[in-house]
Design a protein around this ligand. Structure first.
Ligand code: ADP
Length: 528
């Protein structure tokens, strides 16, 4: 892969040009022809021709010199120079043919094929003229009409021309197809990249050239995983090499919606959602990868505005609501309130508290979305915490006719943000109750395994389908079963739960079967 370093758009266009052009290594072209020419000479010497100073010997010498030149140039020759080299090869055939015993004039077909391949119809014309001028005419002049095999002399230029034209026609079709594909890929509004099995860029479309210019203003070497102005979803943390989409794709990883930002100027920075798929041969071997980069900047900006709006509205609502909840509480404790008004106050209290929970959830969600949740951890007893939470919800469980069993060691010291972990346990216990039927049992387990605590909350409730399980922890997600049964909720609890667990360096998982029940499993490091 050539170094395409440079500045601005030009290098990206150059990279595209280099990547899209299909070229062959002149060393390989010349090696094939040299081998054939040498075999021809050896066979002729074996057939009795003396290897003295004769046209075929000079021809072999010349062909070796030409091959040496391509090796010295390390294969880096302009296409026009490769054309000249191929004409010289035809000249070599002409020279070898001056030998009265004939010589393998048909060898001229080999450079003619390459001329057709590299230069199309023009190459075929050059091959025809070169064969006539360098093979047929000198042979006729040197040996005379009587000394030459006339049929062969006429047939050779005809065959070389037909062969070169056939290859040129095929190449024209291939080239046409390439242009059609290139134009198609350039019209889509998604950046596309094709990598080979070694992680080198094979092709990029125009849209991606724009993204590359933003990410690599100083140039790109055409290899997967090059660090540049590429940032994590937080827009500021530079993406390490092993997290770069191209690097991961080149290692055979497949993924969707990997969010990155490219560019460092906030005005022009773009958010990209990247997907990758592996390309494999019939035997299933990895032969490369295709990546698609979707520009999601506008969407991200709209989400930011929406999050800020929700957070500020929730914040504004909380202050008056706190005072409503407080005064209703005071009124409910006042014996002077008439029994009918007390019942109405209870409804107001219940709904005001529900509103308060919703607003708190919205604020927690906004905080989690804004970045890693700040935790203030201190050492505490997780076993006691779980038992306290269970005791707090026991009356509601009893009222719903659902059993609650807790299996936990006497104490389990851990470093944790107590109110936040209480929120996690509460959410899981409340959900287990909400989504279970009367008569079922919820089992809570707490144990230490491999230096991590494992908290499980297993219910015998409605369960979650496999399709819903992947989306369970996303904001506002509610399963169809939950909606159909009109079970109260807005779908924020689990996303907050996951945010808190992950901020503690832990993980949350769920096993579930529709109609059988669900088990939520939280693993937390004990020492933080
Ligand atoms: P909410 O319960 O307020 O809807 P959550 O974020 O806590 O929000 O849960 C999201 C969704 O996950 C719920 O709406 C429900 O569909 C599903 N879910 C959560 N816990 C359970 C459970 N224990 N059993 C069955 N479904 C559950």
């Amino acid at each position: 892969m050539p170094d395409v370093g440079g500045s601005g758009r030009s290098w990206a266009t150059a990279l595209r040009g280099v990547l899209l052009a299909s070229t062959a290594d002149p060393r390989a072209i010349q090696a094939g022809f040299t081998l054939l020419a040498c075999v021809d000479a050896v066979l002729r010497y074996a057939g009795g021709v003396r290897p003295g100073f004769s046209p075929p010997t000079v021809a072999v010498f010349l062909v070796l010199v030409l091959f040496g030149a391509t090796v010295l140039a390390r294969g880096r020759l302009p296409v026009a120079a490769v054309g000249a080299l191929l004409v010289a090869d035809i000249g070599v055939v002409g020279l070898a043919r001056l030998e009265p015993n004939g010589g393998a004039g048909l060898l001229a077909v080999v450079p003619a094929l390459w001329l057709g391949r590299l230069h199309g119809r023009r190459g075929a014309l050059v091959a025809a003229v070169a064969t006539l001028a360098l093979v047929t005419v000198p042979g006729l002049l040197y040996a005379g009409v009587e000394g030459m095999n006339l049929t062969r002399s006429v047939i050779i230029p005809v065959i070389t021309t037909i062969a070169a034209l056939a290859v040129a026609g095929g190449m024209e079709q291939v080239e046409h197809q390439r242009r059609v594909s290139e134009a198609t890929l350039d019209t889509v509004d998604v950046g596309l990249v094709l990598l080979d099995e070694a992680g080198s860029y094979v092709a990029i479309n125009r849209r991606h050239a724009d993204f590359m210019t933003l990410a690599y203003p100083d140039g790109h070497a055409g290899r997967a995983g090059q660090p540049g102005l590429v940032y994590d979803a937080d827009r500021v943390t530079p993406l390490p090499r092993e997290s770069m989409p191209t690097y991961r794709a080149a290692r055979g990883e497949e993924f969707d919606d990997c969010r990155i930002w490219v560019g460092d100027d906030p005005l022009t920075q773009r958010a990209l959602s990247v997907s990758a798929r592996s390309v494999r041969d019939e035997a299933g071997r990895f032969t490369g990868a295709a990546l698609a980069y979707k520009d999601v900047t506008e969407l991200m900006r709209a989400m930011e505005v929406k999050d800020e709006f929700v957070a500020s509205v929730s914040h504004e609502l909380r202050t008056p609501l706190t005072s409503i909840v407080g005064y209703v509480q005071m009124l409910r404790e006042d014996d002077a309130v008439a029994p009918r008004a007390a019942r109405q106050l209870e409804v107001v209290d219940r709904n005001a508290n529900r509103l308060m929970r919703l607003i708190t959830d919205l604020l927690d969600t906004a905080q989690i979305e804004a970045g890693p949740v700040g935790m203030s951890r201190s050492s505490g007893d997780l076993a006691a915490l779980v038992r306290d939470c269970a005791d707090a919800v026991r009356p509601s469980y009893r009222a719903a006719g659902i059993g609650l069993e807790v299996t936990a060691p006497d104490t389990l010291p851990a470093l944790l943000d107590r109110p936040r972990i209480e929120q996690v346990v509460d959410n899981l216990l409340t959900n287990a109750m909400k989504y279970s039927a009367t008569g079922s049992v919820v089992r809570v387990g707490l144990a230490l395994a491999d230096g991590r605590v494992e908290l499980t909350v297993a219910d015998q409730g409605i369960g979650i389908s496999a399709a819903d399980r992947d989306r369970l922890f996303t904001r506002f997600f509610r399963s169809r079963e939950a909606e159909e049964r009109s079970i109260q909720g807005v779908g924020l609890g689990l996303s907050i739960t996951r945010g808190i667990v992950e901020a503690h360096g832990g993980r949350i998982e769920v096993d579930s079967e529709l109609g059988i029940g669900s088990t939520f499993r939280v693993r937390l490091p004990v020492t933080g």
